[in-house]
Design a protein around this ligand. Structure first.
Ligand code: NBP
Length: 483
């Protein structure tokens, strides 16, 4: 019997669907799961009639694979991945390949790639996005790790990935070590930001403009025919029209406490570590944290007798203003995300292709949108682009949307509607385009109380000064360094 092209460990929603996708593309897959009864369940149910074969132990799995063996882990991220690696290594031969397709934190992938290279095992850590449907019919795949492994897995991963309208695979080599998982992490952070922005637009329509679900569904449907054309706007349209058993919109019956599994938080933590002002995504994580304080919010709402005033004026004009605020804020979110990716690429010597990253997100994944094609063009035209908003296409949109964006944010503040992401995006752009910020005051305060020194506008950068502000301090300055 022909041996398997690839083994997949983990038969939950992602593993099962990826296996069926691989099978559709002509690859013979060997399936294994810790709870081995799930292997039989899978073979007798979803995989019935396919070429998928099962394994009931890791030894059995290894035995059934063509060399160099390719084994993909689709299991819970963290210790579980390390445990499977530890069990697999003694069973494998030099040159075999382990692929982790879960949502691992990129420092873990850095470590695993290096540790396994020392043992002669080639490791890939890859982001996979698109949820159940993506896994089944074409996800976005972001592989990084040991570049020696890539030629062996490329036909499989590019074969099963989503394709753009021009039939380009939404999967390419990202970079060494944890680069693939880093890019997937930022993808998830951007997903948090997009979802919060859409929720803010919905909130403004519902509470500010008092729109019905039918009207809101129509508005998002129209948004999806513009530059906002995207998967998340599309599913929002569906969600707004979905009725519960009692005929009411199901979303009205869903508790307003958002969950999170960590990738948005990691993106924010990395932005702080790398010193990148990733304000929108960070706000979107905090917005989920705030939402989860449900009981406290209910109490505080009573205590403050919180009311949201109605927004007066022409509804159609407000809807166009919301659309523009959403679009402009989204540009800022992606601009900040790419600033973070650029900084990581430079600090970790990953040599990332920013246009290539946008292409990988163009199809298959949760943040897929028409707009990512424009991001790819922007980086192809200028690979050194520091701020996406400076690309002519995006700069024009930001300038065209500016007045509506300010109107929507100002009105939200006036009527008491929380709008953390649209507001922080606007404030970021205002800061980024201001040549003199009030940080001179911060420097003066730091020097006043801690002798932290400052640079002067009339001297060269890198020359530091200390002033004895009170006449009581000494002339000894603190050491100057940034963390
Ligand atoms: P889960 O994240 O729910 O993981 C289920 C798998 O992990 C099962 O095979 C389970 O085996 C195994 N597992 C667990 Br849980 N604890 C284990 C342990 N202590 N020892 C050995 N095996 C253990 O599955 P998923 O939602 O399919 O996601 C798989 C990976 O893909 C995750 O890293 C996830 O973050 C990532 N991801 C998920 C999505 C999504 O939309 N769900 C999207 C993109 C990426 P068992 O059957 O024996 O319990």
């Amino acid at each position: 019997m022909k041996k398997g092209d690839i083994g997949v460990i983990g038969l939950a929603v992602m593993g099962q669907n990826l296996i069926l996708n691989m099978n559709d593309h002509g690859f013979k897959v060997v399936a294994f799961n810790r709870t081995t009864s799930k292997v039989d369940d899978f073979l007798n149910d979803a995989a019935k009639g396919t070429d998928v074969i099962g394994a009931h132990s890791l030894e059995d799995l290894v035995e059934k694979l063509e060399t160099p063996r390719k084994i993909m882990l689709m299991v819970r991220a963290g210790d579980v991945v390390d445990k499977f690696i530890d069990k697999l290594v003694p069973l494998l031969d030099e040159g075999d390949i382990i692929i982790d397709g879960g949502n691992s934190n990129y420092p873990d992938t850095n470590r695993r790639t290096q540790e396994l290279a020392e043992k002669g095992i080639r490791y890939i850590g890859t982001g996979v996005s698109g949820g159940e449907e993506g896994a089944r019919f074409g996800p976005s795949i972001m592989p990084g790790g040991n570049p020696e492994a890539w030629p062996f897995v490329k036909p499989i991963l590019q074969g099963i990935s989503a394709k753009t309208d021009q039939n380009e695979p939404c999967c390419d080599w990202v970079g060494k070590n944890g680069a693939g998982h880093f890019v997937k992490m930022v993808h998830n952070g951007i997903e948090y930001g997009d979802m919060q922005l859409i929720s803010e637009a919905y909130h403004f329509m519902k509470e500010g403009l008092g729109m019905s679900y039918e009207e809101m569904q129509e508005a998002f449907k129209q948004f999806n025919t513009t530059e906002l054309d995207s998967y998340l706007v599309e599913i929002t349209t569906d969600i707004l029209g979905y009725k519960d058993e009692d005929g009411q919109p199901l979303v009205e019956h869903i508790l307003d406490a958002a969950g999170q599994k960590g990738t948005g938080k990691w993106t924010g933590i990395n932005a702080l570590d790398l010193g990148i002002p990733l304000t929108l995504i960070s706000e979107s994580v905090f917005a989920r944290c705030l939402s989860s304080l449900k009981d406290q919010r209910v109490e505080a709402a009573k205590h403050f007798n919180k009311q949201i005033d109605k927004v007066e004026g022409d509804k159609a004009q407000w809807l166009e203003a919301i659309r523009q605020a959403l679009l402009a804020s989204k540009i800022i979110s992606y601009a900040q995300g790419f600033m973070l990716i650029r900084e990581a690429s430079e600090q970790f010597n990953w040599d990332l292709n920013y246009g290539g990253v946008a292409l990988m997100w163009r199809g298959g994944c949760i943040i897929r949108s028409a707009f990512l094609g424009n991001i790819r063009d922007a980086y192809e035209n200028n690979p050194d682009l520091q701020f996406l908003g400076s690309d002519p296409y995006f700069k024009d949109i930001l300038e065209d949307c500016m007045s509506s964006w300010r109107k929507v944010v100002a009105k939200s503040i006036e009527v008491g509607l929380p709008m953390p992401c649209m507001a922080s995006a606007l404030t970021f752009l205002d800061g980024y385009t201001t040549d003199r910020l009030p940080a001179n005051m911060i420097q003066a305060q730091r020097d006043y109380f801690g002798a932290h020194t400052y640079e002067r506008t009339d001297k060269a950068r890198g020359e530091f000064f200390h002033t004895n502000w009170t006449g009581k301090g000494g002339n000894t300055a603190s050491t100057t360094y940034d963390v």
